[in-house]
Design a protein around this ligand. Sequence first.
Ligand code: UT7
Length: 329
Amino acid sequence: MTRPIVELAGIGHYAPARILRNAEFQAMGLETSHEWIVERTGICERHIAGPNDTTASMAANASRLAMERAGVTAADLDTVVLSTATPDRLLPATAVDLQAEIDASHAAAFDIGAACSGFLYGLTVAEGLIAAKSAETVLVAASEKMSAILDWTDRATCVLFGDAAGAAVVRPARNGKGILSTFMRSDGKLADLLYRPHGGASFPMSAEVLAQRTHLVKMAGRETFKHAVRMMCEAADRALDNAHLDASSIDLMVPHQANVRIIEATAKHAGIPMEKVFVNVGRYGNTSSASIPISLDEAIAAGRIREGMTVLLVAFGAGFTWGSMVVRF
Ligand code: UT7
């Protein structure tokens, strides 16, 4: 079967109203500064979920916009795929809460756990389901309530992340538009560099776990940074190779938004000038797998992605997992 098999028919995003600015961390008792955070990461502020924002509700808000823009209703969906590292409950999958909330009454629903790479993993799974004719209209959502799993006493992690959601409707391709190539990889030998050590089935929640805060996100920042650059660079190369394209054919690169220095290193390696790179990490922080659909939605709204453009998506996250994709809009 030749590509494109599927297209991204509609995209939406949602961010909670509350904005937490860098300057507020000092008042929370953290030894940090706006200058340090901006210089090392490019982040100025991030959105934080309010009392009514759950992973499922944020995903539902983004999904409603994506469906409206694709011209489909929830009844048209046959599969709901939700990427998240912050499920609302450990059982069942949060995708079923999303399925219930939007009333996708004919849809299968399941979560994808690939951390920040999860949206690209989800799109790739959707493409496979549609290619096999197991599905025709797939909702791929990514929703992250990172504020619920951060250690707010750890300045090395809590300043980096934010809450938000994005979603896309994936349908059979028309007019040559859609996914031209995909690439996915993982290396679980490096899992301990960015993880939540305890609180899962191998080391269940206990008073000790709570006291030691080992159920919250831990990251070896500098090590993670090095792998992120290496893996994002590999991913950019592989998506281009798989699409038989070179960097000069790319109209816009939309990378995972973790740190502007990682984005710049990836763009430089790929030979894509920064004018052709979408960056919004300053306003959202790292929203894990939601960062790419949010960026796509904003890039379309800003006219930076227009019909006929060729876009390179590149992601990296806990696992480690990494992946990439070339999409014609
Ligand atoms: O979503 C994908 C996964 N995540 C990533 O890709 C993130 C990858 N890592 C990074 O983006 C960067 O490593 C960080 C932004 C996390 C850290 O930047 P860095 O330049 O690698 O700093 P560092 O971890 O080497 O720390 C440098 C210093 C340390 O102090 P000492 O040991 O040199 O005295 C840290 O304790 O900066 C200190 N530090 C801070 N200082 C002020 C760490 N966090 C902060 C902070 N404010 N928030």
